[in-house]
Write a protein that binds this ligand. Structure first.
Ligand code: GLP
Length: 244
């Protein structure tokens, strides 16, 4: 794993955006893996800025988001569909048909996970995947478990994730209990992965993820086995890392 520690959130966001911008500039068409949460908001701001400066063209870009809450419609303000529209999609020239976010509202007869896996397969490969890190070590919505998830599917959210995400909802009861998420296997098939982590409250888990045992109890630790991972953290999150 390559680890870059930046002074603050703004620098971290800028460095990550530069990596994605380079990917977009170098290839006429490319496929990006995207993430939600509070961590990548600055990253999207930087990408939009580069687009407005005329430096980036999204017309050949396809995107696949990591996850979505089960039961929230794309119009719901806390859905990840809505988040992506607000943070990136409505500000750049991406083609709507090139945008992919797992469906959280398909009826039970349809397998949202299998549909998503097929869409990723037919797009080829995710060239660069953005990840945030949950306070419990989750990536996407892959919660600590006995085994790593292989493909996109439904996940029961843990209490700690519901607690961590309730700040976005009116009350704890409003937080969905399930999500559809790319599996760990899906994420590991991306060519390159960028893990973004900021803030004091992620410092301990970031150390476990990058230096601890590789275990499904800390899902992000699997990234130690990926050949092309760049961790970009701010100084607070990187506090306990050695050998940077
Ligand atoms: C959420 C998302 C993850 C995200 C993580 C961290 O639950 N499913 O994809 O990386 O939790 O969120 P935040 O960046 O707000 O700390």
């Amino acid at each position: 794993m390559k680890i870059i520690i930046e002074k603050n959130y703004e620098e971290m966001s800028r460095t990550a955006a530069m990596l994605f911008a380079a990917e977009i500039m170098e290839h006429e068409t490319t496929t990006l893996g995207l993430a939600t949460g509070s961590t990548p908001i600055g990253f999207y701001r930087e990408l939009v800025k580069l687009y407005r400066q005329g430096k980036l063209d999204f017309s050949g870009v396809s995107t696949f988001n990591l996850d979505e809450y089960v039961g929230l419609s794309p119009e719901h303000e806390q859905s990840y569909h809505y988040f992506m529209k607000e943070q990136l999609f409505e500000h750049v020239n991406i083609r709507p048909e090139n945008i992919h976010v797992p469906e959280g509202t398909l009826d039970l007869k349809q397998d949202a996970g299998a549909i998503y896996e097929e869409q990723i397969r037919s797009a080829g490969k995710i060239r660069i995947q953005l990840l945030g890190l949950g306070e419990n070590g989750h990536i996407g919505f892959n919660e600590p478990a006995d085994e790593f998830t292989k493909t996109t599917g439904k996940i029961l959210l843990t209490n700690s994730t519901i607690e961590a995400n309730k700040r976005f909802f009116e009350c704890r009861e409003d937080v969905p209990k399930e999500a559809v998420s790319m599996g760990i296997g899906t994420i590991m098939r991306a060519e390159k992965i960028v893990l973004l982590v900021n803030g004091k409250k992620k410092a301990k888990i970031l150390k476990e993820v990058t230096e601890g045992a590789v275990t499904a109890r800390v899902p992000g630790s699997i990234l130690q086995f990926h050949p092309n991972v760049i961790v970009i953290a701010d100084e607070e999150a990187g506090e306990y890392l050695t050998g940077v």
